[in-house]
Design a protein. Structure first.
Length: 66
């Protein structure tokens, strides 16, 4: 099977829910996403923002860290 680099990129971005628009909404869908990808990296340092918040804000519509 052969696919183009652009097609491969779109597949990976789609799987990671990084293509617009942000479709994940609510805690149930966040949990489904975490189950799909396996985990979210947790960093104890908050230099540019907590990694979990950075991952979720780029994927979840109206995400607000608590």
């Amino acid at each position: 099977m052969k696919i183009s680099k652009d097609h491969a990129k779109r597949i990976l971005l789609s799987y990671q829910n990084l293509l617009p628009p942000k479709r994940i909404q609510g805690s149930d869908e966040i949990l489904q996403f975490v189950r799909k990808v396996g985990c979210l990296q947790f960093d104890p340092l908050n230099i540019a923002g907590m990694n979990t918040d950075l991952v979720l804000q780029s994927r979840v519509k109206n995400y607000r860290p608590e």
